[in-house]
Design a protein around this ligand. Sequence first.
Ligand code: GUN
Length: 304
Amino acid sequence: MSAKIISGTEIASQIREELKKEVQELSSKHGIVPGLVTILVGKNPASISYVTGKQKTAHELGFYSIQDDQPEDLSESDLLTLVEKYNKDPKIHGILVQLPLPKHINEKKIINAIDPDKDVDCFHPVNVGRLMIGGSEAIFLPCTPAGIQELIVRSGFETSGAEVVVVGRSNIVGKPIAMIMLQKGKGANSTVTVVHTGTKNLDAHCKRADILIVAAGVPDLVKPDWIKPGACVIDVGVNRVGEKISEKTGKPVPILKGDVDFERAKEIAGAITPVPGGVGPMTITMLMKNTVTSAKLHVGLKTE
Ligand code: GUN
């Protein structure tokens, strides 16, 4: 039987509708408008496209949003001064400095300068620590892992007591999603295994998974016989494997492939995310959710 396809595009759109209502209520009942600034240094085309997507969504949800474009040769100290300006700005609840930064700027220094209570990327060491402690300490969740959790929960999979296997140990996806699924509480409480390039018998670990989360960056790494029949498979990989001409625009566009052999895996899995259209659309949406959470916290309102 063919798996249910988990559409990140549809789930992201549902969450955006919920956020839109929340933003309207925050404004009408409490006079608060969530504020997000995205800072872009230089003209990296991929970064421009990401930041444009973030600003467009912020706009659609009714945020106060600022796109702060800075030249490639901005000095590190000028960027620190800019971050400090937004740390102090009461209209701004979320600060995002788009990465990567030009080589002459130390990214760690910049991330560490963002007020942790405005760090909607959840990259600041204080927020990484809060995530580790869990419960109400974890005010923000990192965007891609938070999106993965939403995809699992909203697809109706039971996480409590489930065997979750995470392939990959990056700071952005592997480690934080393992930490999120390990927490005691709704949408988590799982038994988590993290496997990586040093793991023996990768396939044997994957075969035990009720929920398999793959963030390895290797196209088609996971074969269909690595998947437990009926499992929920979340493919975080976005690998460029070539180019094709777009039928819409007539211009070359990348051919994307996930870390899972989708066509064959969907005959074994119970549910699976496609690439593109799976995890990807969730990341910006969860950034918006963090910004709404931050706005609420800044005025002393309860969050969930
Ligand atoms: N560059 C690529 N993805 C991201 C992201 O999620 N946040 C930031 N700040 N930079 C990025």
